[in-house]
Design a protein around this ligand. Structure first.
Ligand SMILES: *[C@@H]1O[C@H](CO)[C@@H](O)[C@H](O)[C@H]1NC(C)=O
Ligand SMILES: *[C@@H]1O[C@H](CO)[C@@H](O)[C@H](O)[C@H]1NC(C)=O
Ligand SMILES: *[C@@H]1O[C@H](CO)[C@@H](O)[C@H](O)[C@H]1NC(C)=O
Ligand SMILES: *[C@@H]1O[C@H](CO)[C@@H](O)[C@H](O)[C@H]1NC(C)=O
Length: 408
């Protein structure tokens, strides 16, 4: 009798233990739909190029918001919905959610917001109960109409930029109301959040996010850029004393591990956290081409842009790796921070490669975070131009998550 009781207790404890230490699995992949307009090798067709075996959750970006009514606003009807009278080969939303036919376990979400939409319109809507209701109801209709499984809030950021201090509380109310409505439909609710400790304090009540959201995607990138006035890898896993002579504690504190621990210390359930990683680098214009270490003086306006993305101060990994054919980059592995940097003449870029992403995925696993996330699929080497495999960066994350990683 007593023996049986002990056996039963052990069994119960084993079940409890196994549910408590659930493994990090999965990769959420953001898709920037405007890559449909890129030329040459930059052109990304989700139906063809998005690898539904590597990504477990795919997120279509972005829809916008109407500050007058609160309703979701479709920003590019031609791209997202297509020409209703004549089929031109494109039905952005439907073609995206149709990817589930390739992988029935795939989760699909639609994201609202993003950097370019600033904060003000979200601030206005979240401050008004009727507008919040309209936002939630219009989101539900869109998900139903286009077969999405979830909605992703990318308000950048509550109480920051052109937002308002009341945003922090209003965002809580908004996600609570979203949760109540989504529970009726079984929809998945996630948000992409500013990563740093400073951003967390300004914008979020972390325990509420952890309670109401299915996932908190921590955008642990863009931590450094030309605005620092010195070179830096923008998503380094660990800190470095290279910034010491800058006498700026904030600057030195901006690294992935510090951000993630900040979220955990503020009460986020590790299970809810998705560790965000980039498929692009931040570029710099060196003040002195002979000084090309980390924290070397650089111009505030940012470095060269990529051939397809055309944005000053950044280059997709695909663009960087293709440019190695014509530019004589010297590439350096930074084993202290975990990442790489490369320079040629005045040009400098800091980014992730396969090895650093593998290490970060292992890190997520060690901290038992719920999942990983990548921004974004269309700047990985999705055509396999630079090496033997397509999507080397996304594959490296999957490798890092696996039981026996080969890349790190
Ligand atoms: C996109 O990919 C699909 C599936 O491979 C293909 O049918 C379609 O023609 C492609 N569209 C363009 C514009 O290349
Ligand atoms: C896109 O969706 C439309 C409408 O469902 C469909 O006719 C078309 O074949 C799809 N295209 C691709 C590439 O899947
Ligand atoms: C906010 O909404 C207004 C009014 O609809 C619109 O004109 C504006 O472009 C929006 N702002 C941003 C940054 O998207
Ligand atoms: C420290 O660095 C951060 C990040 O670049 C910057 O926002 C801040 O203004 C800097 N502080 C000072 C005192 O220079």
């Amino acid at each position: 009798m007593r023996y049986e009781l002990v056996v039963m207790l052990i069994a119960v404890l084993a079940v409890l233990a196994s549910s408590a230490v659930s493994a990090t699995d999965g990769l959420a992949c953001y898709f920037g739909s405007w890559a449909n307009y890129r030329h040459g090798n930059g052109f990304f067709n989700a139906s063809e190029h998005l690898d539904t075996d590597l990504c477990d959750h795919i997120i279509y970006t972005f829809v916008g918001i109407d500050p007058e009514t609160g309703k979701v606003r479709i920003l590019d009807e031609y791209l997202n919905i297509g020409n209703q009278d004549e089929y031109t080969g494109l039905r952005g939303f439907l073609n995206f959610t149709d990817l589930k036919k390739k992988n029935p376990n795939l989760r699909t979400s639609l994201a609202i917001g993003g950097w370019n939409q600033c904060s003000l319109n979200y601030s206005i809507v979240s401050n008004d109960p009727t507008k919040r209701r309209n936002l939630i109801e219009s989101a539900v209709s869109l998900l139903q109409e286009y077969n999405f499984d979830g909605f992703d809030l990318d308000w950048e950021y509550p109480s920051q930029r052109d937002g308002n201090p009341v945003d922090l509380e209003n965002f809580n109310t908004l996600i609570r109301e979203f949760r109540e409505e989504f529970d009726k439909h079984g929809y998945y609710l996630s948000a992409a959040v500013g990563a740093s400790n400073q951003a967390a304090d300004l914008s979020y009540h972390v325990p509420s996010l952890s309670k109401y959201l299915d996932r908190i995607f921590v955008m642990a990138y863009d931590l450094h850029g030309s605005w620092d006035g010195v070179t830096g890898i923008h998503a380094p896993l660990y800190g470095t004393n290279a910034y010491d002579n800058m006498a700026n504690e904030t600057l030195a504190s901006l690294y992935v591990d510090n951000c993630i621990r900040g979220w955990l210390n503020r009460g986020a359930d590790p299970e809810k956290i998705g560790l965000g990683m980039p498929t692009y680098g931040k570029s710099f214009d060196l003040s002195d081409p002979n000084n090309h270490e980390i924290a070397a003086p650089a111009q505030s306006y940012g470095g060269i842009s990529g051939a397809y993305t055309g944005e000053v101060g950044m280059m997709g990994y695909n663009e960087y790796c293709e440019s190695k054919e014509t530019k004589d980059w010297t590439e350096v592995w930074d084993g202290e921070q975990i990442g790489i940097y490369a320079y040629t003449g005045r040009n400098w870029i800091g980014l992730d490669n396969e090895k650093s992403l593998c290490i970060k995925a292992k890190y997520a696993k060690d901290l038992k975070l719920g999942t990983t996330m990548i921004w974004s699929v269309e700047t990985d080497d999705f055509r396999g131009i630079c090496g033997p495999t397509k999507n080397p960066l996304i594959s490296a994350i999957k490798d890092g998550l696996s039981a026996n990683p080969t890349l790190c």
